[in-house]
Write a protein that binds this ligand. Structure first.
Ligand SMILES: C=C1C[C@]23C[C@@]1(O)CC[C@H]2[C@@]12CC[C@H](O)[C@@](C)(C(=O)O1)[C@H]2[C@@H]3C(=O)O
Ligand SMILES: O=C(O)CCC(=O)C(=O)O
Ligand SMILES: [Fe+2]
Length: 316
C-alpha cells in the first residue's frame, strides 16, 4: 500500500490537478512535497510544543482557557493517550492567549502564526487544484472558504508520551503509553481538509475505502493531507473522508503531531458544488446545512460516529 506523493513544484498544472483529484478519490490521504514551508517554521512550532508539554501538570492546566487537554477528547467521554493544545487560527486570538501558555508569548505566538500561515497556504493550493481538477467554474470556490476572516479553522498540537515511562504517580498526564494502545481513536476529520505534520515516531494509521488499516510512514519534513467530511459533501461523495487513528507502538521518544484543520465560517452552507450534481443520474446526496449546524451535531457525537449520516438524502 503506497500513499500517493504530490510534488507541488510540478510545472504542468493540468497534470498536477489530475494527480490531486486522483489521490483524493482513491485514497483521501496523500503526502505533499516541495510545499515551500521552511524547515525553520516547522522546527520552531515543534520546539514550542516540546517546551509546553515538558511543563508541570499544574502549569499546563493554567493554559486551559487556551485549549489544553489531557486524555479527554471532546466532551462526550472519548479518551486517548495524549495531551494536546487546540485553538482557533485567528492571529489576534493566538497573540492574546499565548500569555497564558508561554513565558515568551511573542516567540510562542510568532511560531504558531507562522506555521498556520504556511499550512493554510498549502491547504489553499491543494483546494485550488481540487477545484480545477473537478472542472468547477469558480476557481477559488473552496480556498476562499478558509481564507475568509471568519473561517473556523483550528490548529491542534498533539503530544503522545513515550511508551514505558514510569513516572505515572507524579504526573497523571505523563503516564506513558504501553505498546499497541489507542493514542487517538478512530474518526474522520469534520472539516474540509487537514494538513498534518508529525515527527519521526510512527503511529498514524488510516483506512482504505475497503476498510483495511494501513500505516502512514513518518516524514517530518513533509505534510500529509487528509480529506475531511465537508469535502466529502462539497464533492458530492466523489471523495470520501478518511477514517484514521493513532496506535502507540513501542517508542522511547514522544510522538508529536501538528494538525491544521481547514474549515469555513459558521454561516457557510455545506452543500455539493453545482458541477458535482447532475440529476437524475447524480442528484445531491446531502440536504444543505451550515457549518454551524454540523458543528452542533458533531459536538453531540462520539469521536468514532459517522456524523454525516443525519444530513444524507436517501435517493432510492
Ligand atoms: C469527540 C469529539 C472530539 C472532536 C469533537 C467531537 O465531538 C467529534 C469530532 C472530534 C474532532 C476530530 C478531529 C479534530 O481533532 C477535532 C478538533 C475536530 O474538529 O473534530 C476533534 C474534536 C475535539 O477534539 O474537540
Ligand atoms: O496525531 C495524529 O497523527 C492524528 C491526530 C488526529 O487525527 C487529530 O488530531 O484529529
Ligand atoms: Fe484526525
Amino acid at each position: 500500500m503506497e500513499i500517493p506523493t504530490i510534488d507541488l513544484s510540478m510545472e504542468n498544472r493540468t497534470e498536477l490537478s489530475k494527480q490531486v483529484v486522483k489521490a483524493c478519490e482513491e485514497f483521501g490521504i496523500f503526502k505533499v512535497v516541495n510545499h515551500n514551508v521552511s524547515r525553520e517554521v516547522i522546527s520552531r512550532i515543534e520546539e514550542e510544543g516540546t517546551e509546553f508539554f515538558a511543563k508541570s501538570n499544574s502549569e499546563k492546566q493554567q493554559a486551559k482557557p487556551f485549549g489544553y487537554g489531557c486524555k479527554n477528547i471532546g466532551t462526550n467521554g472519548d479518551v486517548g493517550e495524549l495531551e494536546y493544545l487546540l485553538f482557533p487560527t485567528n492571529p489576534q486570538f493566538i497573540s492574546e492567549s499565548s500569555k497564558s501558555i508561554s513565558n515568551h508569548p511573542n516567540k510562542f505566538s510568532g511560531a504558531i502564526n507562522n506555521y498556520i500561515k504556511g499550512a493554510k497556504g498549502v491547504a489553499c493550493k491543494i483546494l485550488d487544484l481540487v477545484v480545477e481538477g473537478l472542472g468547477v467554474q469558480d476557481k477559488f470556490a473552496l480556498s476562499k472558504l478558509i481564507k475568509d476572516v471568519e473561517s473556523d479553522s483550528l490548529l491542534r498540537i498533539n503530544h503522545y508520551p513515550p511508551s514505558m515511562t514510569t513516572d505515572s504517580e507524579m504526573d497523571p498526564c505523563a503516564t506513558g503509553n504501553t505498546n499497541n494502545t489507542i493514542g487517538f481513536g478512530e474518526h474522520s476529520d469534520p472539516q474540509i481538509l487537514t494538513i498534518m505534520r508529525f515527527n519521526d515516531v510512527a503511529g498514524l494509521q488510516a483506512t482504505t475505502h475497503d476498510g483495511i488499516w494501513f500505516t502512514v510512514p513518518p516524514d517530518p519534513h513533509n505534510f500529509y493531507v487528509i480529506v475531511g467530511d465537508a469535502l466529502q459533501v462539497f464533492s458530492n461523495e466523489r471523495f470520501t473522508s478518511v477514517r484514521h487513528r493513532v496506535l502507540i507502538t513501542d517508542s522511547l521518544k514522544a510522538r508529536t503531531s501538528i494538525m491544521y484543520f481547514g474549515a469555513p465560517s459558521l454561516n457557510c452552507l455545506i452543500t455539493p458544488l453545482p458541477e458535482m450534481v447532475k440529476p437524475p443520474q447524480n442528484p445531491s446526496r446531502y440536504k444543505p446545512f451550515t457549518w454551524e449546524d454540523y458543528k452542533k451535531a458533531m459536538y453531540s457525537c462520539r469521536l468514532g460516529d459517522s456524523r454525516l449520516d443525519p444530513f444524507k438524502v436517501h435517493n432510492d
